[in-house]
Ligand binder design. Structure first.
Ligand code: PHE
Length: 336
């Protein structure tokens, strides 16, 4: 009977290599380890032997059975792993996390969309501009005290003096020259100021310039455009007020305030209890600028505005600190 056990083990080891599927494996199990299998068959015989022989063969039987079971287990593991990788089409895949546009980009797209609906075209300009574009063309000659309004980052350059634009107004004359009135354009873009950083200020931020020139352009239209824009952007009608101000390139100049979106004009921390929030600089385009662009100032008027993009995003989503935008904190970014 020992020989019989040996040949069972030998056979199991030999057929091992022929087992290629789970069905083959099941046949293997039935043949060797099943209830009517070879091993069970031999065990029935061993049970009926005299005690001494039974003990000896019993031990050997257990050894062979364990060996065969080992082969079975190994084969099953191998086949099941293979089956998973190759055939289980229902196994759920790993989710690929997708990125999305940054809240600033999303918002600029939205702002552009609103202005397009009220007839504005989009123009873009370079971030490095000349001293003439950023200042002189806008009625800010060298040594004019108004240059202090924009802490400028100058660029070392050989011929012309270059700088990182401090405002998108740097493109006014260039665009007015290129397009014939009547015109309505917006110019979104990054601007740079050499300033200390805090919760409300960054060295780099975004502005959206608006420019309109035509025979009938006036300050009421400008105010109307702001009312429409803010109502669309914030999703509710907000009071807009013009506060008298000064810019060398607009006359008259105004600072645009809107009713505080958070406290609805009642007064809170964000609006410093005034009930209003400053969101843009604006005014009627100065004749100096129109003339610089070769526009007939007896015929045409224009208005311009510069909107602080981060400012209105912060108000819309109640973001307390401008530095969060570029903090690369995913908890912040993923919210939008
Ligand atoms: N360029 C001005 C600024 O950056 C804003 C402005 C734009 C004011 C257009 C008037 C007209 O502060």
């Amino acid at each position: 009977m020992k020989e019989e056990l040996d040949s069972i083990l030998k056979e199991a080891q030999e057929v091992k290599n022929n087992i290629k599927s789970l069905q083959d494996l099941e046949n293997f199990r039935i043949k060797f380890l099943g209830k009517k299998g070879l091993l069970k068959n031999i065990l029935d015989k061993i049970v009926n032997l005299p005690l001494e022989e039974r003990k000896e063969l019993g031990n050997y039987f257990n050894f062979v059975k364990e060996e065969v079971e080992k082969i079975y287990k190994e084969l099953r593991e191998k086949l099941e792993v293979g089956r998973f990788i190759k055939f289980d089409l229902h196994h759920p895949g790993r989710k690929i996390s997708k990125g999305h546009l940054h809240i600033i980009t999303q918002s600029i797209n939205k702002i552009i969309n609103i202005f397009s609906k009220i007839g504005f075209d989009v123009e873009l300009g370079r971030e490095i501009v000349t001293e003439y574009e950023n200042f002189d063309s806008l009625n800010i000659p060298p040594n004019h005290p108004a240059r202090d309004m924009w802490s400028t980052l100058w660029i070392k350059s050989q011929k012309e003096k270059l700088l990182l634009r401090t405002h998108t107004s740097a493109h006014q004359v260039e665009i007015l020259k290129k397009k014939n009135p009547p015109l309505k354009v917006i110019i979104p873009g990054k601007v740079y100021r050499h300033e200390a950083t805090d919760a409300r200020h960054e060295m780099q931020f975004h502005q959206l310039e608006g420019l309109a020139v035509g025979e009938g352009c006036n300050i009421q239209e400008l105010k109307g455009i702001f009312s429409i824009f803010f109502e669309e952007y914030f999703g509710k009608k907000l009071e807009v007020i013009f506060r008298s101000s000064y810019f060398p390139f607009t006359e008259p100049s105004v600072e645009v305030d809107i009713e505080c979106v958070l406290c609805k004009g009642r007064g809170c921390e964000v609006c410093k209890n005034s009930g209003y929030l400053e969101v843009a600089g604006a005014g009627m385009i100065h004749t100096f600028v129109l003339k610089e662009a070769g526009i007939d100032t007896n015929k045409y008027y224009g208005y311009a505005f510069g909107l602080g993009v981060e400012r209105i995003i912060m108000l819309k989503y109640n973001i307390p600190d401008i530095r969060l935008f570029h903090s690369s904190d995913l908890r912040f970014i993923k919210q939008f």
